[in-house]
Each structure stands twice: as C-alpha cells, then as structure tokens.
Design a protein around this ligand. Sequence first.
Ligand SMILES: *[C@@H]1O[C@H](CO)[C@@H](O)[C@H](O)[C@H]1NC(C)=O
Length: 204
Amino acid sequence: MEGICYKNLIISLVVILASSLTTHSAIEKPYQEASTVFIRTSCSSTTYPRLCYASLVKHADLIQTDRVLLTGAALNVTLASAKSTSAMMSTLAKSRGLQPREVAAMKDCVEVLGDSVDELRRSIDEMNHLKPSNFELTMGDVQTWVSAALTDESTCTDGFQGSAATTEDANNDIKSTVRGRVVQVAQLTSNALALINQLANSHA
Ligand SMILES: *[C@@H]1O[C@H](CO)[C@@H](O)[C@H](O)[C@H]1NC(C)=O
C-alpha cells in the first residue's frame, strides 16, 4: 500500500518536472489544435464559415472546446464590431458633401445599430448568468434579442442598397465603406445566432 503511494508520488513529481522543463508552446499546442478544430467544425454550419473562423480563432485559448465560451466569444466579437461601426458612421455622417438623404440614412443606421448594440449587450449579460436551471429560458431570450439585432442591422443595409446607383457620385467610397462594414456586422450577427442555435439544440 505504502509502496504504491510512494510510486504515485514519484510519478507525479516526474510529470511536474517534465512539464516545467517543456516549453509552454509545446504544452499548449495540443489544446490549441483541439480548439482550432472545434472552432472550425462549429463554424462550418454557419452562413459565413470563413468569417466565423477568422473572427474566433484569435480567441482559441479562451474558447478551448467549450460551446458556451464559443458563443460568448462570438457575441463579444459581434458587439465590438457593431460598436465600432456605429462610431464610424457617426463620424462619417458629418462628412462634407453628403446629400441630406445620405446623412439621414446614416443617422438612421446609427440609431438602429445602437439598438442592436443594446440587444447584444443584454444577450452577453444574460449568457454570463447561464445555468442548467435557466438554460432554456436564457437561450430563448438570447435567440430573440440576437434575431432582433440582425433585423435592425438589415434595416440599415437596406437603406444603403439603392443609393450608390450613379458611378459619378463622389460619395460612393464612403457609402461602399459603410455598406461593407454594416454587412460585416450583420454577417457576424448571423453567425453568432447560428452558434446560439447550436448551443440551444445541444441540450435538447
Ligand atoms: C467577452 O468579453 C468580456 C469583456 O471583455 C471578457 O471578460 C470575456 O472573457 C469575453 N468572453 C468570451 C467568452 O470571450
């Protein structure tokens, strides 16, 4: 009995010593690989898998292979993008030479993006309190809010759809930049919603 315990202790010490001698990257690599595969697999069922993977792989260390953390990271990335796009549009709305119609469209976008920022914040906050006992209720709320955020963002991209009809329009650069950014926010939101649905279904 004592012999076995002693042997276990030696083994533990050897493992600890070996771990401390090995470089960090060598220890972390298998985890990172597992996480990378997990992120790629989870993203493969989203509508924009490449954007999904590229936006989340930076957070692989945090996500590991945890669905809740993956969903939280996707919401974080989406929120950051919605916030910075909204700030950029507030600035661009003050650009010289914009048509009143364009200024109005930008202001409308800033407003709906503000709504979607609120909805994403609320979702992240509620996800932070996710427990087995409130799982279905929480996931239902988060699905509702993120869907609403996606609808708000679509309103904004619609507002810019027809406005770049003339190629001589000096504001086409601004408008295509804005459209591109908002489209990306909407794509990130769509991906986050797909991951939320995956998480919701994983407990069904
Ligand atoms: C989301 O962002 C918050 C605040 O920056 C951070 O504390 C948290 O770890 C992030 N969560 C995930 C899952 O990335």
